[in-house]
Design a protein around this ligand. Structure first.
Ligand SMILES: [Zn+2]
Length: 139
């Protein structure tokens, strides 16, 4: 399984569909059937020390990864923008790096919008500018 859909519910239903992450905000819980297809139900409570749900317009991401060590399948995957990223395809470092570059892109975008900073891609010109300022201040 390489993607999931998500459904907001008040109560987690007794029978779950494969490939659906049920989200109950009321009970701060998410439940889904293991993405490997083994049929086990995976409960991921929401919270700062549990799993964090990131909602976007049409997708969700769950952080950190979901490791079903208690099941026979021992599957381990990430849910990122409704895609299932299997941990043998995506290492933790890769995810972190992805998040970092996402954040940098966003920061660059917003700083650029407000016009008070250089975009990250122009970091060299920023350095040159501060070098110039330093030079000018010497005289
Ligand atoms: Zn499984």
């Amino acid at each position: 399984m390489n993607s999931i859909t998500h459904k907001y519910v008040e109560y987690i239903p007794a029978t779950l569909d494969e490939g659906v992450v049920y989200i109950s905000k009321k009970y701060k819980t998410m439940v889904h059937k293991c993405c490997c297809g083994c049929g086990n139900e995976v409960v991921t409570p929401m919270g700062k020390t549990d799993w964090q749900l990131t909602e976007e317009t049409e997708s969700i991401s769950i952080y950190p990864s979901i490791g079903n060590w208690g099941f026979k399948c021992k599957s381990h995957y990430w849910i990122n923008k409704n895609r299932v990223l299997w941990s043998d395809q995506w290492s933790e470092d890769m995810i972190k790096a992805g998040r970092r570059s996402d954040r940098l892109k966003k920061e660059a975008y917003y700083k650029n919008e407000s016009g008070d900073a250089y975009p990250v891609t122009n970091i060299i010109s920023q350095l040159l500018q501060s070098l110039k300022n330093w030079w000018n201040n010497l005289f």
